[in-house]
Design a protein around this ligand. Structure first.
Ligand SMILES: Nc1ncnc2c1ncn2[C@@H]1O[C@H](COP(=O)(O)OP(=O)(O)OP(=O)(O)O)[C@@H](O)[C@H]1O
Length: 310
């Protein structure tokens, strides 16, 4: 199988449904957002805007505050300070039902849904759009089938959700979000349980929906390939925001993640492709880390005697 020479990003976008022209250009605006709990500041002065139809990757080391930021966006956490607006409307002013019609969330840990088939789980995505006494129609069944087909789970329609594998559960939750037809999709580590094929496929699928997306992603190469822009969070603050090329520099990867990397254009899409170097990390309690020297010299010829590619 030979990959296309067109970019993975443009290929996915070419099938996108264009969002309504009536909506403002900025989907999400976050201004001076801070969150403090138990005297500890977790998020501080976070500012960014997500353009309509754009896919924003939220990256950063463990504990940087990615999930906390997403929780503020889907109203699980009330920020200590700041404002979040969705298509120019303050999200705190939306009713729970109005909010659920506009925003879908796929959380990091797959929740338990005992006694529910995959079909019933995905049908939950229709609930915000229904009145109290509305029942599911044949059109609804078609929406559910199409969403399950998109995530490759048609054959699991009647299987108990609890019996799906971790990756299948993740894909079923994404199918539920698709059925919800949100204006904003929030994904907390959506590729967590997925094998490499589904990591690519699910993110390409999410891109192809043509809606505004914010997703926390640990795999920097995946984020680089599939996101329009990246927001790098470090210690609760925005360290950088911009295109993958602007954000993913060797210096910044060393500073924020504490690893030495070589960044080059990806042969298919030309966004940064990151190669990590090994063997220089501090081993706890023994060796002094050579990281500082690596960062200072920036393009080491050798690391621990291993010649690095030029
Ligand atoms: N409810 C809470 N009470 C106290 N501390 C919290 C709470 N929620 C998060 N934190 C702390 O906030 C910091 C950021 O956590 P968060 O889960 O947002 O980071 P993250 O970037 O998503 O990390 P990871 O990549 O490991 O998932 C951590 O130090 C965490 O312990």
């Amino acid at each position: 199988m030979k990959p296309s020479t067109s970019t993975a990003r443009s290929t996915a976008r070419s099938t996108a449904v264009q969002p309504s022209a009536a909506l403002p250009h900025v989907a999400l605006n976050v201004s001076q957002l801070s969150w403090t709990i138990e005297g500890k500041t977790i998020l501080s002065g976070v500012n960014f805007a997500l353009q309509r139809g754009e896919m924003l990757g939220l990256i950063g080391p463990n504990g940087a505050g990615k999930s906390s930021l997403l929780r503020c966006l889907y109203r699980f956490i009330r920020p200590t300070q700041g404002q979040i607006s969705l298509f120019s409307q303050d999200i705190s002013e939306l009713s729970p039902k109005a909010f659920a019609c506009k925003v879908a969330v796929v959380q990091q840990d797959t929740p338990h849904y005992f006694d529910m088939t995959t079909e019933q789980l995905v049908a939950m995505g229709l609930t915000p759009h229904k009145g109290m006494f509305d029942t599911n129609s044949s059109g609804d069944s078609e929406k559910i089938s199409k969403a399950l087909e998109k995530v490759g789970l048609s054959h699991k329609l009647y299987q108990q959700y609890e019996r799906l594998s971790g990756g299948e559960k993740q894909r079923a939750l994404i199918a539920r979000a698709i059925v919800q037809q949100p204006q904003l999709l929030i994904l907390d580590e959506p590729t967590n349980h997925l094998d490499v094929r589904y990591q690519i496929q699910i993110l390409e699928l999410v891109r192809s929906l043509g809606i505004s997306v914010i997703a926390s992603i640990h795999d920097l190469n995946l984020a680089s390939a599939l996101c329009d822009s990246l927001l790098l969070l470090d210690n609760g603050q925005v360290s950088a925001m911009g295109t993958p090329t602007e954000v993913l520099t060797e210096e910044r990867i060393a500073q924020v993640f504490g690893v030495c990397a070589q960044v080059m254009p990806h042969p298919q899409h030309a966004n940064p492709l990151i190669n990590y170097f090994y063997g220089y990390q501090k081993s706890y309690g023994h060796q002094k880390s050579t990281m500082d020297e690596v960062v200072v010299s920036h393009s080491p010829d050798t690391i621990n005697g291993v010649k690095t590619p030029s």
